[in-house]
Structures are given as structure tokens and as C-alpha cells.
Design a protein around this ligand. Structure first.
Ligand code: UTP
Ligand code: MN
Length: 526
């Protein structure tokens, strides 16, 4: 007898063949898996002729599941994909019970040998257990299930690129559960009872465990649409919507985009121009080099100002797609106007190939945050493309004209496209040269850098909100809302029950307000 956790109600088929049902307390279902379609329908028909109720579709009325050459664990895994909600129990029986009952003309007593073989859960096959919210779990960068999580992440990415965010989050959550497991998954039985693993994810995991790959994932990876979406959204400033529109207009790659008459905004122009560089992962060494330049710049424009590396690098990642910094000043209000000074100073030193600054517009209201989860980008924020000098073998820093400078200080070299702002915001894709090509002689490389300025009163919230991972953040906000009736943003924490904002000067305090164990940045890699 197996208690079923989830059960989907499927309308049941009863009274088949017009034969009288002699044993109404027995509702049988024959599993096609390994039995085969024709044998299954032959046996089902036989059962019905003998007065048994045999269902074609699985439903909550089924009392006995009959299978051939399956283990109990295999049948349970299958059952898990069929049922939702709570249900009493069901017998998992071998086909021998069925054939003996057919011979006897009535249901024979269920003996041990009729029951499906229980797979022994030994130390080798441990069933895993994890809490449901990613923010309750410790997820380091050590991932024992990379093959599975890569596959699920690809499905998530594809869903996001297709603007199916709900599906995207479902796959991200499933991948995150596998990321925090202490060892590689060996059998589906180990996954029983784990949260966030939906039917689709389980199907993909099962196929990979059995065959080493998922046919769905592999064919998606090779599909023209996925490849085109990937290339086009790889351009800084191009999102899923734009890429989709271009694909519908017949643009699949960069050359076709350049040959087209598409109008690009300033971000996209820079993105296309620096395509190659921006699609190379940023290393920790590069992050450190830029940190040093940033630190110096920030302090020079406002002594006492503080700068913190956030995003993936704060979580201990060794590479990233960009570098994120949070800037503040210990005296409230002193941070006002800081962003434009920092940006001007960077520009004057020739460090910026592109920048776009957005203004702060976050205001607390006494009635609580109106749209809590959309408060993510209300800080003064700068999206930029940094011009980072490459180091030669002697540790000296080189710029494109060959002039060598030490300690990463490129003097006052002007960036090639920094001035392009003046020439208007939009231009044709065809006007951009093939400048993204890697050049042996180029002495610098383009790196995406994001800057955020926060007043000290919101610093802890900004730090927590911008450290990521994205899923960890999403789960923190879901936890706050669903489990605590609070709303969390990168600015504040509002307690709806008390009708007030909860102050915090450290991440630890925010976790405490939320009733969560503190998870350090290195364990937020969900
Ligand atoms: P990133 O997109 O930079 O991700 O956002 P990352 O974790 O650093 O990963 P890589 O290495 O760059 O790929 C960093 C954090 O900033 C928050 C995200 O939630 C994430 O936690 N963020 C990002 C925002 O709050 N708002 C945004 O508009 C973008
Ligand atoms: Mn980042």
C-alpha cells in the first residue's frame, strides 16, 4: 500500500463492455510501461470479461495498479507524474496477481510475492530532502548535478527568451533544488518528496538519468530559433521582444542585422560594436582590476564614499557576464549627485565606451509600497561598458595606441565611441562596422559594468537585493509575501500586519526580520 501525495483527477471510465461488474471494490489499472500496448489491452479486456472493473485511464478511483517487470520505485515515479493532491492509498501489484485472479475467476488473496519489489533505499541511494524556498537553503557554487541543472537551465532560458516567464521560473526552481543536493542524483526514487520538481522537469531528469541526455533539450539547443534568439539577445540592449521581432522579419544573425535597415538605439549600437568582447566571460582578475579603478574614482570624487562589489562576484563566482558595484556614503544625503560625478570622472579618464544613467525615484509611502516587487530599479543606476586595458606578460597595462601605463591608469585616452552620444541616439545597424571581431592588436577589452548608488538608510536592502542570485532574490520576496505578509524590495521591508517599514543596517537583520536563518553570499548561488 502506497500513500499517494499528489493526484490528478481524471474522469473515470466505468461499466465497460456492458459486462456485469462482480468485484466493485477492485478497480484495476494496468501500466503500459514494459507491458506494451497490445498485451495491456488484451489483459484489460480479459479482466473485464471476468467481471473486473479495469480502467483505461488512471484516476483517483483506481485501487490496484498492475504492472509487469517494474519495481515499486519505478511505478511510484510514474504515479507521481499522474496524480496531484491527497489520496488514500493504492496497491502496487505484479501481473502475476492479475493472471492468477483471472484463472481463479475472482481476486486471489494478495501475497507478498504479488507485491512489487521494494527497491532498497540503502546508504547508496539516499532520498534527498530540502526546504521549499531557495532562501531557506544553502547553495554553494559546488554543484553535483551539473548535467541535470544545465539541461533545466536551458529550458528555463528558452522559456524566458520566449517570454513565458512562468515556465521559466518553474524550471529555474527545479534546477535550484538539484543545485543544493549534497551528491549526484542516481535514481528517481531519491527525488521523491522534493519540492518544485514538476512533471516536465521530472520527465527531463528521468530521461537524462536513463539515457544521458534529454531529447527535448538537445533538439532545442540545435533549433534555429533558439540559436537566433541567443545570438540576438547576446547583443547588449536587445531583449527577447526585440529579438523575436527581428527573427520574424528574417534576421537570424549579426550579419543579417547589419545588412538590414533596422534602427538601433544607442545601447544596441554599442552592444553590436562590442559584441565579441561582451560575450566573453569577465574574470575575477578583471573584476578586481576594475574594482581598483572604481574605488579610486569614487573616493576621489567624494572622500568617505564606500564601494562594494555585488552580484555574482560577491557570491564568490570566478566569472560573470558583468561586474556590479554598489556605492553609498555613511552620511545620509551625501550620496546625492554622486553618480553623475563618478561617471564624469570615469569618462574624463577615458574608461567608458558607453553609459546610460537612470535617476532615483524611490519614495517610501506611509501606506506601504504600492508595487513592491517592481521597486527593483529605482536607484540611481548606471549601465556602462568599461574600457579595460589588457595586461601584457610583464604585468604592465596596455592601451590601444601602444602607450604603456602602470597600475591600470590609462591617462586621458579617449574612448572611441564615448563621444558617439553627441551624434544622436539612433542609427542604422549597417552603419556599425565589424568592430566586434577579436583583434590581436587591440590593447583593451570592453566589459559590462553596472553601478548602483544607494543612500545609507537603504544600503542593507540594496546589498541584499543586488547580490543575487536572481532566483534567490525572487524566493526571498516570495517568502516575505507568502510566509510573513511582508514585502521586500532592494529599498525596504514593509510589514503589512504592523503597517510599517522595518529598518535594518545589515543583511543579518533583514534575514532576522524575515524569520530566516542568515545565508551568507557564497551560499546564495541558487
Ligand atoms: P546580474 O544580472 O548581474 O547577475 O544581477 P549576477 O548574479 O551578477 O550574474 P552574472 O555573473 O553577472 O551573470 C545581479 C543582481 O542584481 C539584481 C539581480 O536580482 C541580481 O541579484 N538586479 C539586476 C536587480 O535587482 N535589478 C536589475 O534590473 C538587474
Ligand atoms: Mn552581475
Amino acid at each position: 500500500m502506497v500513500p499517494l501525495k499528489r493526484r490528478k483527477v481524471v474522469s473515470s471510465q466505468t461499466g465497460t463492455c456492458g459486462t456485469e461488474i462482480k468485484f466493485p471494490q477492485f478497480v484495476l489499472f494496468l501500466l503500459e510501461r514494459k507491458m506494451g500496448t497490445s498485451r495491456r489491452s488484451f489483459l484489460s479486456e480479459l479482466g473485464r470479461r471476468k467481471g473486473f472493473k479495469v480502467e483505461d485511464k488512471f484516476s483517483e478511483t483506481v485501487t490496484h495498479v498492475i504492472s509487469e517487470s517494474n519495481s515499486a520505485a519505478e511505478v511510484r515515479t510514474w504515479l507521481d507524474t499522474q496524480v496531484r493532491g491527497q489520496t488514500p492509498s493504492v496497491h502496487l501489484l505484479d501481473v502475476s496477481w492479475f493472471t492468477e485472479s483471472m484463472q481463479a475467476g475472482h481476486p486471489v488473496q494478495i501475497l507478498d510475492r504479488h507485491k512489487l519489489q521494494e527497491q532498497q533505499i540503502t546508504e547508496e541511494v539516499v532520498a534527498f530532502s530540502v526546504p521549499s524556498y531557495a532562501c531557506q537553503r544553502r547553495t554553494t557554487l559546488e554543484n553535483h548535478n551539473m548535467v541535470l541543472t544545465d539541461a533545466l537551465s536551458l529550458l528555463a532560458e528558452n522559456a524566458e527568451l520566449s517570454e513565458e516567464d512562468g515556465r521559466g521560473v518553474a524550471f529555474r526552481r527545479a534546477a535550484a533544488v538539484l543545485k543544493c543536493l549534497p551528491e549526484p542524483v542516481r535514481s528517481m526514487a531519491q527525488l521523491r518528496g522534493l519540492p518544485c520538481l514538476g512533471d516536465h522537469s521530472l520527465r527531463v531528469i528521468k530521461e537524462i538519468l536513463e539515457t544521458g541526455a534529454s531529447s527535448e533539450v538537445e533538439s532545442m539547443r540545435e533549433s534555429e530559433r533558439y540559436k537566433a534568439l541567443k545570438v540576438l539577445t547576446g547583443i547588449f540592449g536587445v531583449g527577447a521582444k526585440t529579438a523575436d521581432r527581428w527573427i520574424r522579419e528574417g534576421i537570424q544573425d549579426l550579419q543579417q542585422l547589419r545588412d538590414s535597415e533596422q534602427t538601433l538605439n544607442r545601447a544596441q549600437q554599442a552592444g553590436l560594436e562590442h559584441y565579441h568582447d561582451l560575450n566573453q566571460l569577465v574574470t575575477k582578475a578583471e573584476a578586481d582590476a576594475i574594482s581598483e579603478i572604481m574605488e579610486r574614482t569614487v573616493i576621489s570624487v567624494l572622500p568617505g564614499a564606500q564601494m562594494t562589489l555585488i552580484g555574482g562576484f560577491r557570491r564568490g563566482k570566478q566569472t560573470g557576464h558583468d561586474i556590479d558595484f554598489l556605492i553609498t556614503h555613511p552620511e545620509e544625503g551625501r550620496e546625492e549627485g554622486l553618480m553623475s560625478k563618478v561617471v564624469s570622472c570615469l569618462e574624463a579618464q577615458g574608461f567608458l565606451l558607453y553609459q546610460k544613467t537612470t535617476r532615483n525615484s524611490y519614495l517610501e509611502s506611509s501606506s506601504g509600497p504600492g508595487r513592491p516587487s517592481s521597486n527593483m530599479d529605482r536607484f540611481e543606476r548606471c549601465f556602462s561598458i568599461f574600457k579595460l586595458a589588457k595586461e601584457d606578460k610583464r604585468g604592465e597595462t596596455l592601451m590601444e595606441d601602444g602607450a604603456k601605463t602602470l597600475n591600470g591608469d590609462p591617462g586621458s585616452h579617449s574612448p572611441s565611441s564615448g563621444q558617439s552620444q553627441a551624434s544622436g541616439d539612433r542609427k542604422r545597424a549597417s552603419e556599425d562596422g565589424a568592430k566586434d571581431k577579436p583583434s590581436k592588436h587591440k590593447r583593451w577589452r570592453a566589459v559590462r559594468v553596472d553601478l548602483v548608488v544607494s543612500p545609507i538608510s537603504q544600503f542593507a536592502f540594496a546589498l541584499l537585493g543586488w547580490t543575487g542570485s536572481k532566483l534567490f532574490e525572487r524566493e526571498l520576496r516570495r517568502w516575505a509575501g507568502h510566509e510573513r505578509s511582508m514585502s521586500l524590495s532592494s529599498h525596504a521591508l514593509f510589514d503589512s500586519k504592523q503597517g510599517r517599514y522595518l529598518r535594518a543596517t545589515s543583511e543579518e537583520e533583514i534575514f532576522a526580520h524575515l524569520g530566516l536563518e542568515f545565508i551568507p553570499p557564497s551560499e546564495r548561488n541558487a
